[in-house]
Design a binder for this molecule. Structure first.
Ligand code: ZN
Length: 197
């Protein structure tokens, strides 16, 4: 029986690195492993990791029809599908992935964030929690600047922790200088981003 596996974690916890490592290990000696991403950081059909490794991936538009991509899996006789940035997949796309597992017998390993910067589950991740055969938290965790385990992916806009905004940041320049920082719960709540007061 093929299985649907969801591996989740915070930002900078090594999700992409682990997805790439799994893909590389599986590809030793076999050509039936595919790599997809729902959020292409390099914008070039690549999965890239913060530690500098990368691999060519099929970039899937969030919310799009997976039909043509699934057809390619069948044509290429893929048996294992590794997916990065699965949190950006829509609920319908996750359900389509479940059919890939159940009807085509393809093992799917999905990697993604669980929650957004407001600490709400991404719809795709919530669906994965609901229907995956296995859900694992990444063994590596990110730490807050204070040294505590970081649970919260804070969106920082012009130096301030954002308390509202779109789940899917579009890169609108009007929003100012934006970055993401992993914080522990108390520092997410207080909005303190470092030692300096
Ligand atoms: Zn902290």
């Amino acid at each position: 029986m093929a299985e649907l596996t969801f591996t989740y974690g915070t930002m900078a916890a090594g999700k992409s690195t682990l997805a790439l490592q799994l893909c590389w290990q599986l590809r030793q000696g076999r050509g039936d492993v595919a790599l997809w991403t729902f959020g292409d950081r390099s914008d070039d059909g690549m999965v890239t990791s913060r530690i500098g490794i990368e691999a060519r991936a099929e970039a899937i538009e969030p919310g799009s029809d997976l039909g043509p991509h699934v057809e390619q899996l069948r044509e290429r006789h893929v048996h294992i599908l590794v997916i990065d940035e699965a949190q950006f997949a829509s609920v319908e796309q996750i359900d389509a992935l479940a059919r890939v597992v159940d009807d085509l017998g393809i093992d799917v390993h999905a990697f993604g964030l669980s929650a957004d910067f407001l600490l709400n589950l991404f719809p795709g991740s919530a669906r994965l929690f609901a229907i995956s055969d296995w859900s694992h938290e990444l063994p590596l965790t990110s730490t807050c600047w204070c040294g505590q385990k970081g649970r919260c992916n804070a969106r920082v806009v012009n130096g301030i922790v954002a308390r509202e905004g779109s789940q899917f940041f579009t890169g609108d320049v009007n929003e100012g200088v934006v970055h993401y920082q992993v914080l522990c719960r108390p520092h997410y709540r207080s909005g303190q981003l470092g030692n300096e007061v």
